[in-house]
Design a protein around this ligand. Structure first.
Ligand code: 5AD
Ligand code: SF4
Length: 477
């Protein structure tokens, strides 16, 4: 990119990775490649949500710009980057345990660089822990400074010192980040970063900073380019996409953005996540109902069915408001697939509160649920509230799963005999004789066909048999 363009982007407070830092790391790696005949490898490991997966695709892209080959095993790497998650304790424990295993690789290869980035290390106590208990970790930085990765890596390489970056740059909207996308037909497109909601259980606003949105013209250009490259399934990402461009004074909102993207010609489907019920608007539902390319799928995290718990969670809606959105969605888009997130065992949750959640499940009959046992996150208000004993949390979680299983089975059974559009993902991981794919509503479908010609393409599948978490059928074009 020209220097003038770089300057223009900076003026708009949009940052790109430092081209000079990338060039210098590349020079270093070119020299190694010339001497040894092999390019140094970079291994990127990802924990957590789709936003992290999207971030990792940019880490991989920057690695390639810097002269690394992206490799699929840590043993083959000269640079290891672990992109961490902090949403629940389990995710942090898993990441730390994996980082622990890299000690042996570093002992065998002292020039190996080990980096840890992402949400977990945006917390000071985790950075301190890595600094003191993981002396072989060289590079640590949080999500808001992802674009600084090349600069930090160069500093580590030239000064030789470990680099622990405590900076928070939550006013920055990175643009023109190099990228290696995992798939050639499914793509993530971040439309905004951060969150302003401060739900009382959630660490995200602390680790990803305040909400900031990308400009509409940047997003439209990226999506147009993806469609031109043959991408079929594009998911717009943000912690709360419904508040896209809020307070920006730009004169447009998420529904306007979605309508503009939907108007692009091509054979593709648009998804978005995540929506907060407090901001889900009739205007958005209308745009979805009239859309040509917008998946009839709404992921609307409910978290709890108890008004008292929703209040304690700082969610700003109640059961009635949630149900009114569901009613409007089903009225205007009868074939809508509804999915949700539920937290079980939030502090102070009584048996009655929990039963209110079960009652909402039976009322709404979600197509799919992502359910979680509450995990106390240091620094969040809920961590200071009276906790529900783990045994009670576990029992409630099992009861929730049993009900979800029953509802999912019944919902899926209703699909038998119907023909659905499926984006084929190729050979199924569990059964080599079968192909798998996903419907617009993200339901898993198994069918027969030729992987080579169908992978990455839409097919019509007539459903013949249903299991709680999968549908089975044959192509019916
Ligand atoms: N404990 C359990 N689940 C959580 N989530 C967010 N924070 C926590 C926590 N502390 C869940 C919410 C959110 C999803 C991404 O993760 O349901 O919607
Ligand atoms: Fe967390 Fe709530 Fe923001 Fe979602 S909306 S990221 S749950 S604080």
């Amino acid at each position: 990119m020209s220097e003038m363009l770089q300057e223009k982007k900076k003026e708009r407070c949009e940052r790109i990775p430092d081209a000079e830092a990338m060039r210098r790391v590349r020079e270093h790696n070119d020299t190694i490649a010339a001497k040894t005949g092999t390019r140094p490898g970079a291994f990127v490991l990802t924990f957590g949500c789709q936003q992290n997966e999207a971030d990792s695709e940019h880490i991989a892209g920057m690695c390639r710009e810097m002269g690394y080959t992206v490799v699929s095993s840590p043993e083959a790497a000269s640079l290891i980057m672990v992109n961490t998650c902090a949403i629940r304790e389990h995710a942090e424990k898993k990441a730390l345990s994996i980082v622990g295993q890299y000690k042996h690789l570093k002992a065998k290869n002292p020039s190996l660089i080990v980096g840890v980035c992402g949400c977990m290390v945006a917390q000071e106590h985790r950075r301190e822990e890595l600094k003191h208990s993981y002396p072989y970790v060289d590079l640590v930085f949080g999500t808001t400074v992802l674009h600084e990765f090349p600069t930090l890596l160069l500093e580590k390489m030239t000064a030789g010192r470990r680099r622990f970056c405590a900076d928070v740059a939550d006013h920055v909207v990175p643009e023109d980040m190099p990228v290696i996308r995992e798939s050639s037909y499914r793509a993530w497109v971040s439309i905004m970063y951060g969150c302003n909601n401060f739900c009382s259980y959630c660490i995200v606003p602390y680790v990803r900073g305040r909400e900031r949105s990308r400009r509409r013209e940047e997003i439209v250009a990226e999506v147009k380019e993806l469609i031109a490259q043959g991408y079929r399934d594009i998911t717009l990402l943000g912690q709360n996409v419904n508040s896209y461009a809020k307070g920006s004074g730009w004169g447009y909102d998420f529904a306007d953005l979605l309508a503009e993207l939907d108007a692009i010609e091509g054979d593709y489907t648009l998804h978005f996540m995540t929506s907060h019920p407090k901001d889900a608007s009739s205007k958005l539902i209308d745009v979805m109902a009239c859309g040509k390319h917008i998946a009839h799928h709404f992921h609307l995290p409910m978290q709890s069915g108890s008004d008292a718990i929703l209040k304690k969670m700082n969610r700003h809606y109640d059961r009635e408001r949630y149900l009114s959105i569901v009613r409007e969605l089903r009225e205007k888009i009868p074939d809508i697939t509804l999915t949700s997130d539920i937290i079980v065992g939030f502090p102070g949750e009584s048996e009655e509160d929990f039963e209110a959640t079960l009652d909402m499940l039976s009322t709404v009959r979600f197509d799919m649920l992502y359910s979680f046992i509450y995990s106390a996150r240091k620094g969040t208000p809920a961590a200071e509230m009276e906790q529900v004993p783990p045994k009670v949390q576990g029992e409630r979680f099992d009861r929730l799963l049993a009900l979800e299983h029953q509802i999912a089975s019944e919902n899926n059974a209703n699909m038998v005999g119907k023909t659905v559009r499926v984006l084929c993902d190729g050979v199924s991981k569990n059964d080599e004789s079968t192909l798998s794919g996903r419907t617009d509503g993200n339901k898993l479908v198994f069918f027969h066909g030729e992987a080579q010609t169908l992978t990455g393409h839409f097919v019509q599948v007539k459903i013949e048999r249903a299991e709680p978490f999968g549908l089975y059928g044959e192509i019916d074009n």
